[in-house]
Every structure is written in C-alpha cells, then in structure tokens.
Design a protein. Structure first.
Ligand code: 13P
Ligand code: SF4
Length: 297
C-alpha cells in the first residue's frame, strides 16, 4: 500500500497533509504532519495540484479556503469534528445581533460558513495572540468554551461571550483526572490541551496545542509526563523517547473521527479522487478573510 500511495502521489503531483491525531502509519507517509495552525500554513503555500488531507472536515475545508485553486480531498467523507457541529452560522448571526459591539473569534474547529461570519479565526497555538490583537472590549468566542475560558483568563479587561461548545473527547478530561494521574505519578509533569475540561489549565504544568505539547516534552529534562490530549501524541512521544514514560491523563482519549484515516482510505482517495471539498464562492471569500487575518498575524 505504501508503495502504491507513493507512486500515485508522484503521478498526480499530490501533497499529503496529516494532523497529529491521525494514526502513526499516516505520519510515516505524509509530506507534512502538524497542528491545525501549521497545516493551514502548509496548505496555503502548497504548489502541488492535489492536496489530500488526512484529518477531519474543518481542516480540509481550511486548506481549500486558503488555496482555492487546488483540488482538496478528505479521504473519508464523514470524518468530522463534533465540536465544529456545535455552532451554526445562523446561531452565530443571532449571537452577533445580541452583542453588536463584539468582535468575533472562531476557533478553526468550525465550518466554513461559521468562519465566513467571523472577524478572525484562531487555533489553540495562537488563540491568546489573536484575542490580544482585537481592539474590541467585547469578544464572541465560538465554539469551544474551554479554549475560550482559557483565553479569557488572560484578558480580564475584556468581556467574553461563549456558547456551550466543547470537544467531547477533551472535555471529558477533568481536573479530577489530572489530580488522580498526578497522585499516581507524582514526578510526572502535566501537559494538556486547552480543549480539556474546566479547571485543567490551572493544574497543568504546560497548556498548548498538539505541537506545543510535543515541543514541551521534547525540550524537558523530566523523565515522566501526563499527557492531556489524544492518544496518538502519547504513542508518538513514547516511540521517540522509549526510555521516558508518558501516561494518558484519562482512559480512552481517542478521536474516532481522526482514526478513520488509514493507509487504505488514503490509497483509495488517491485512486478515486472522491470526496472533494467544494464551497460556494461567497463563503470561500469571507472565510478566507477570517483565516488570512489569523495567518497574517
Ligand atoms: P491542534 O491545533 O492543537 O492540533 O488541535 C486540533 C484539535 O482538533 C484538537 O482537538
Ligand atoms: Fe474535534 Fe475533538 Fe477530534 Fe479535535 S479531538 S478533531 S476537537 S472531536
């Protein structure tokens, strides 16, 4: 399969992008792996004819928005993000009517239509900087209430409005889970994603994006870590540092949608070129502005 993928990739001049939560077998064959911000940058700069995005729908949509002349494929059509589905463009329009003075930040884990209604996007890697860049005293932050609260805690002078949006996988990692893990492994440092549940960012030694967590563990002298994010990050770190110990902050820390990406779905995508991302011109144009505002910053 790996040989067939490489051959088709060459023949079709394709770029394979993969998020860190895709299985390690995909990491090994991808042209670039990264967090949402890095992958958006890669997609924007791509010169290949075809982009195959081994991630979930909002990531492939962002690639299309940032590089609309390319053909972008999402290997598995129903690989989605439950958090992205928690806010619709209609709901955001209502929120904007209720708070007309507020600037609108949308987390990239959102649909193209929601991005089109927003002033600027953010990823977990740059959310603090994005919030600091807005002159508004009031900010609507959608859809992740956990990332939003983490950002808001750094800007007490601004008023934030949230919806009840969250990642079901990260939100179920609670402050109690982190305390329990720390009691079991008292020498371990805690690195957690800001999507984790209420109170976790106050307990963690490091809070950041998937890349941030990898970098934190790579640079640290510590021998043990409690990881508050998806299992693939633990697997990758354990493989890279076999002499160190990496513990999951809670059981079953798995994004099932990301795991829909396999060598076989990637090969099929390259063979059949189905599941192309298509967006209407207006959505594309408005969403591009919000994404580019983030990238430029
Ligand atoms: P990162 O931007 O940290 O890769 O996060 C994306 C995501 O979906 C986390 O659940
Ligand atoms: Fe969405 Fe959560 Fe999966 Fe990230 S881990 S893609 S936020 S469902």
């Amino acid at each position: 399969m790996i040989e067939a993928i490489k051959k088709l990739k060459r023949e079709k001049n394709a770029l394979i992008l993969a998020h860190y939560y895709a299985p390690l077998e995909i990491w090994e064959i991808a042209d670039a792996i990264g967090d949402s911000l890095e992958l958006s940058r890669k997609a924007a700069q791509a010169t290949e004819d075809l982009i195959v995005f081994c991630g979930v729908r909002f990531m492939a949509e962002s690639a299309k928005i940032l590089n609309p002349d390319k053909k972008v494929l999402l290997p598995v059509a129903d690989a989605g993000c439950p958090m992205a589905d928690m806010i619709t463009a209609d709901a955001l329009r209502t929120l904007k009517e209720e708070h007309p003075e507020a600037g609108v930040i949308c987390y990239v884990n959102s649909s193209a239509e929601v991005k089109a209604e927003s002033d600027i996007c953010c990823t977990s890697a740059g959310a603090l900087k994005v919030a600091g860049s807005l002159p508004h005293k009031e900010i609507i932050f959608v859809p992740d209430k956990n990332l939003g609260s983490y950002v808001a805690s750094h800007y007490p002078e601004k008023k934030f409005y949230f919806i009840d949006g969250y990642c079901p996988i990260h939100n179920s990692c609670t402050a109690e889970d982190l305390k329990r893990a720390k009691a079991l492994y008292p020498n371990a440092l805690i690195a957690a994603h800001p999507e984790c549940g209420k109170g976790t960012s106050e307990i963690a030694d490091f809070v950041g994006s998937t890349t941030g967590i990898l970098d934190f563990c790579r640079k640290s002298d510590s021998e043990e870590f409690i990881i508050g994010t998806e299992i693939e990050i633990v697997r990758a770190l354990q493989k890279e540092f076999p002499q160190k110990k990496f513990y999951e902050a809670k059981e079953a820390f798995v994004c099932q949608d990301m795991k829909k990406n396999t060598l076989s779905t990637l090969l099929k995508a390259l063979q059949e070129e189905k599941n192309e991302i298509l967006l209407d011109e207006k959505t594309l144009r408005l969403a591009k502005k919000a994404l580019e505002n983030m990238i430029n910053l």
